[in-house]
Design a protein around this ligand. Structure first.
Ligand code: COA
Length: 338
């Protein structure tokens, strides 16, 4: 695992999260709704994952639209005019188009015409990878501010006939505004990122890219949908998120008891329980919303952060731990003093 703090120059100034936002599409798809289309049950989904329902984007509602709505809410809370935004990073594995980046559409939708914009593809760890980039870009003084967004329209990349995957995922977006930290008003204390490309095939969308283009000839056999070896992914997720959490807490000079709120990736309640047990963090100090949204990949930690913030679960001075894991394999964590 690399230690991004080792890359820091002495000139890197502390940065803070100045505002958060999220957006969920209107349509709700419950476990009972899925019972009508695949051989599954509310009981199976609830007991194996903790998920009860998920939101599904409307036709014509793209990842960029979800992202822009979340970004607008975060900018409003931070008091930053969209026209003054300098950097937009969208973390997504479900871009509007293969090119250009979804962040370019978001730039137009926000009217942030001065901003440079690009995407990060780090699956469920994407929002924390974006946070790390923004920390360095704003902390180094290269940009006055940044908007980072985790946004996914996974419903467009799921095989709705495959009960192994279709029950797990949902659509949504979460965002944060990154500003320099002034007068000790909160800062990112530590962060850890990791990648293991040797396990890339455990969780991927095998077709739709240059390795397996979809053509008129093969379109009936090949499609761009998620494929996953669930049990293997589960084991890696628990180990990597536990390790990333421990390392970020230590790098911040803290102990698990100092963490006021843990916001983990929202994929499976059993994964979260296994991490919490190993970290010796009180279960009441863990934010969970996967029952309402399912796994929204790069959006999950960002949506949870916004909900925790807006519902008063995070207060000035609190130390919070964010941790995520996803395809790649990738993992990431951050300790933030609010
Ligand atoms: N409804 C009913 N039965 C289902 C089902 C569904 N939606 N999905 C799978 N099953 C069946 C399987 O076919 C299997 O049946 P079999 O024993 O007759 O072969 C049985 O349930 C058990 O399947 P298994 O895959 O062993 O279940 P599991 O306890 O590992 O749970 C996951 C499956 C996917 C929920 C779990 O492995 C998981 O959460 N993995 C990590 C996924 C994840 O987090 N991915 C994203 C990472 S960011």
């Amino acid at each position: 695992m690399t230690d991004p703090t080792a890359l820091s120059t002495p000139a890197l100034l502390p940065v803070k999260i100045a505002g958060t936002g999220s957006y969920l599409p209107e349509r709700v798809l419950t476990n009972h709704d899925l019972e009508a289309t695949v051989d599954t049950s509310d009981e199976w989904i609830t007991s194996r994952t903790g998920i009860k329902e998920r939101h599904i984007a409307a036709e014509g509602e793209h990842t960029s639209h979800l992202a822009s709505n979340a970004a607008r809410a975060a900018l409003e809370q931070a008091g930053v005019d969209p026209a003054e935004v300098e950097l937009i990073i969208v973390a997504t594995i479900t871009p509007d188009t293969l090119t250009p980046a979804t962040a370019c559409y978001v730039q137009q939708q926000l009217g942030s015409l001065k901003a440079i914009a690009f995407d990060i593809s780090a699956a469920c760890s994407g929002f924390l990878y974006a946070l790390e980039h923004a920390k360095h870009c704003v902390g180094a003084g290269a940009f006055k501010n940044a908007v980072i967004v985790g946004a996914e329209k996974l419903s467009a990349f799921v095989d709705w006939n495959d009960r192994n995957t279709c029950v797990l995922f949902g659509d949504g977006a979460g965002a944060a505004v990154i500003l320099p930290s002034t007068n000790g008003d909160g800062k990112i204390l530590s962060s850890q990122l990791g990648t293991d490309g040797a396990q890339a095939e455990l969780l991927n969308i095998p077709c739709g890219g240059s390795a397996c283009p979809i053509t008129p000839e093969n379109a009936k056999e090949k499609s761009a949908v998620l494929a996953m070896q669930g049990r293997e992914v589960f084991k890696h997720a628990v180990n990597a998120m536990k390790q990333a959490s421990v390392e970020a807490i230590e790098a911040a000079g803290l102990t698990p008891g100092d963490i006021k709120l843990l916001i983990p990736h929202q994929a499976n309640l059993r994964i979260i329980d296994a991490i919490v047990e190993r970290l010796e963090i009180n279960r009441d100090d863990v934010f969970i919303n996967l029952d309402k949204y399912g796994n929204t990949s790069a959006a999950a930690v960002a949506i949870a952060l916004d909900e925790a913030h807006r519902s008063g679960r995070i207060n000035r001075g609190d130390k919070i731990l964010l941790v995520a894991f996803g395809a790649g394999l990738t993992w990431a964590s951050a300790v933030i003093e609010w």
